[in-house]
Structure formats: structure tokens, C-alpha cells
Design a protein around this ligand. Sequence first.
Ligand SMILES: [Zn+2]
Length: 657
Amino acid sequence: MERLKSLFPESFVNLVRDTDKNREKKGEERMKILFDASASEVLAFAAEELTAYLDRMLKEPEGMAIQIRLRSDSSAFPAGGNDSFRVRICVDGEDGGEIVGNNDRSVLLAVYDYLQYLGCRFLMPLRTCEIVPHIGREHLAAAYDKQASYFHRGVCIEGADSFENIMDYIAWLPKVGFNSFFLQFKSPYAFLHRWYSHERNPYAQEELYTQEDAQRDMVLLEQAAKKRGLLVHKAGHGWTGEVLGYQTVSWDTGAEPDEEQYRHRMALIGGKRELFHGIPANTNLCYHSEDAVDAFAALVTKYARENPYMDYLHVWLADTYNNLCECADCSKTTLSDQYVELLNEIDRRLTQEGLDTRIVFLLYQELLWPPEVSRLDNPDRFVLMFAPISRTFERSYELDGADVELPQFRRNQITLPVNLAENMAFLKAWQKIFPGSGFVYDYPLGRAHYGDLGYVHIARVLHADIQKLGEMGLDGYISCQELRAAFPNALPNYVMGHVLFQKDCPVEELIKDYYQSCYGDDAQRVLNYLSRLSELSSCDYVNGKGPRRSADMAERMEKAVRCCEAFAETTMRHRSSDGAFESVYWEVLEYHRNYVVLFARTLMSLAEGEQERADREWEVMREYICSNEEKYQPYLDVYRVLEVTQNYTGLHRSKSE
Ligand SMILES: [Zn+2]
């Protein structure tokens, strides 16, 4: 041990956590993870994780102890680079080598990457869905370097989520290469409240969940994110509601506390200043009103001052479109020009207070049209976020089409671009006037995925999209999505994390490996089956794009039902005589098979123009997933799929409901 000590600075401490009491008694140590005592909690956590996993993986004590150093050292990597690390592990002596990252988070990413190198697989955002193999000491050797392809690699919360769902998700993010997490609004109350109130599920007993509960939970969630070195994004929508005097942490309708006091700040639409459909988060302001701009900038500045740990602050306007102020002054300009002036005012105030908060501004809906006159005074403060919310998910981003001319901006009469080339044209137009960095904020696993019954198509679209980000002049991707999106499996999310980290990773191998890990010898058969379901389904149809009556869609859904029926034989082979499945992956696959039959029948009726029959079949599907939600809670977000099928697909509840 003396020889080893001399290898490391005095400040290095070691972490030994060996749960095998017998071995402790015998005084045998097989694993020590060393890290700088002055290091951050992120590095300490990385050491804890590496110790815990290796402890489970290594077989009986073999030979002498091995020591591995974890170090964060930016000088060992090119300056300003994305998350990077170096793994150098040897097994010849006691000095087991080191794992070095260009920042603390990179060390944790390296630890998880190394564990995958050793055979671990983090298949879903659940600790129970991990593969942790037993290996011998001789298998520990490794020598490789990695650098993330993109800077921004994250997920933004949507759907209905329990506290445990979110904690599990945060724990999973760095395991598959992500580095960012975004809790929308000033607290994630909306998403937690949806779960605890069991919105849309009559089988579950409503539980009380208050805004105070959300505040308390948010502190714990952010601690979990920070412990992993994740970049924390905050806020987004909600500012406009706050300017009008509402505490806006959801899309709920507002009681009208101080409406008269702030009525002059509201957008004038059709001659009236009032909440847009009663929802503060969806209400735009009269951005010509100096008082409204002053209140907005003051709120953002106060929030930035009070949340110094936050890495990115999102400043967005109302969450819907064709709701702009029609007053004479606002009508002389565009929303984007007014937005840029508002952002400049916020920047001036933050600068005055010495705050270096990075502000994320959003390109979507009316804001897709670039400003005509106004420009950001201090581009370094800002990060561009491009959100092609209305795009099709039938195909990946199209970059090689001829340049499309932007449609004219017409106040309160815009239609959103579905076409991918048009979406790209908006981005390019903004990039001409904004030289700073940016990322995509996209929705493959927020709505679109319910239209892909096999989850293979959406995984491939994601892969293709992410590969194109560099060409689009963007440095990353934040996925606005349901956190419970693992139905029939979490392949799309898994591919997203891995490809964002390494855009050239061989995706077909990744998919095969994922299926092999979940389904073993029948992996290829399952992949064929789910690929076929993907081919037959349509993200656009389920999301309300295109005519509801469609002979083609009806035929495809009929084939999907037959495809599921034929697959029953295979799932049954993985079920024992007492009804238990050999693994959770097979059990979820069988549950999914039954769901797809009910869903596809519903869609077939809808596509045949048989609305009433479709509504009745949808009710059967609802009964099935609501009554089973407790058992399959982490895999399918029942609230969200029902919200999408009602509000977008075009299915109706019976009048008695
Ligand atoms: Zn106005």
C-alpha cells in the first residue's frame, strides 16, 4: 500500500464499500476507487457508483486489490470541448489506472460508459431494468477516449409523473449519455399533479398534491440532477400569466384575482383584453405596453437572482398561437421584433445586476418568423431554441430540398408548418440574424410516439434527425417528452441518448444489442414484429394530421391486428404454466400486444368513417389501460395517450361520461 500511496497526491481519498462481510473479516479488499478529497459531490457520486456496480459485477475475490483513480481535469482535453473522457484501466498490478474527464459530469458519464463497455446495459429508466453481468478481474482492462458529438443533450418533463418516475428518470439520464434536464415552469407541479390526481383514470384514487408539495419535491429533484452534474434548465411558459398576476405553474385556467389591475397588459383581441380561453399560460401580452415589458423583465431578473444554480433560463411567451395583440401599436410590428426588444431589456437588467444567466429563447409558432428590424444586442447571453412543434414525424428533417420561401406573417391568421423543408427555412432565416449557438427542442416522444405502434420507426427517425443537427447549425437536442415512454420498450429514448453522445454510433448494432438484451434468443423475431407494426402505423394519423377517413389507414390497422394476433404464439413461449413471464420485457411486450389490438381496432373504425364504433372501441381500450395502469405505470403514460387520442386523433367520450 505504501508504494501506491506515493503515486497519488496526499489529497486523494479512497472509497471502499464492500458489502461482503465475510470478505471484510478476512481483510481482503478487491476494489478501491480513489478521487480527490476536495472534489465535488459529482465526482464523489461517480466513485460511489463505480464501486457499487463493480462490487456487484466482480466474482469472488481474485488476487490482489486494484485501485482506480477518478479525475476531472479540463487541461488534459482541448479547451471548450463537449463532455469528453479518457478510460485507461489496466489489471496487471495494484494500480488499476484512471478515468479522466474534462469536467466532473464527464467523469460520471465515463463511469457509466465504462460499465457498458464491461457489459452493463441500462435499458429503461428503471433500476430493475438494468443488466449487470458477473465478470472476472481480467475483463476490467480498457483503453479508449470519447467526446460527445453535441453540447446540449437533454430531456424536458411532460406527461403525468410520480416523484419516483422523475427521480428514476434523472438517475437514468447520464447512464445513456444525456447531460441536461429541464423541469418546466417554475415548479413541475403540473406534471406531478396530473399523476397524483390520476387525471383521466377513474380506476385510481385521487391523492392530494399541492403547489407546496411540488416546491418541496422540486428541491429534491434538482439536488438529484446536480449530484449528477446535469445542466438544469428552468421555466419556459408561464411568464405571461405571472405578468398578469397569476401564479402560473401549469396550463390550468385562472381564477381572476387581479384582472382589472392588469387588464391593460393583456393582448387586445377582437376588441377585448381578456385571458385567452381562460388560461394565463396561453395568454399573450400587449408587448407595446411599457408596463407589461417592465413587469416581465423584472420577474425574469428576480428569478435569475434567486436561482443562481440554474444553468439555463427559458424565456418564452404564450403557449398557443393566433392570440396576438391587435392594438394599433402592436399591429405595426411583428411578435418576434417585440420579443427581441423584451429579451434586450432583460439582458440589460441582468448585466446591471452582474448576473451571467444564460437565456434560452424560443422559435416556434409566430416566433418562427424572424424579426424584421430588431436584433439581440448581446448575443452571447442567449441560446436559440428551435421547436418545430407542428412537424411531421413520418420522416426525418429534410435539409437538401430547395430553399423554400417563408410564408408572409399575418397577424392571428398563421398556420403552422407541417412540411419539414418549411420548418428548416424558418430556422435558416433566424440563423442569418443570430450568430450564437442553439439546439433543437423536439417532440418525438411527446405525442408523436403514440402513433408508432412498434417504436422502431420513431427510433430511426430520431437517429436520422440527430445526425443532421451539425448540418443544421445546431449543437444539440432537448426532447420535450413523456418520461413514461417505454412501451413496448425504451428503444427510442435509448437511441436518443446514445446517438446524441456519439452521432456516428452504429445504430443498427445498437438496436440489435438492445433487443438482444431485452428478448434474448427471440430478439430478431421481436424486432421483425415491432418493425412491421411500425411500418403499418402512422405518427401523423394518430396526431390528427390528414383526413380522418382513410381506406389506406383502415387496411393498415387491420393488418396490424392480424400481426399482433400472429405474434401471440411467440410471447406465450416466454410464459410459464403458472402465467409468469420470464422477464419484465416479455411481460410488457404481451401487455403492449393486447393494447395494440384494441388501439388498432379503434383506429380502423375511425379510418372507415365509423365514428360511433370507433368511440366504443376506444372506450374498451381505455378500460384496459386504466385498469392496468397501476401494474404497468412506468411504461405507459395513460393520461397522455388518452389526452392525445381525444384531442388530436379525434375520438370522443360518450355523452354520459
Ligand atoms: Zn398591443
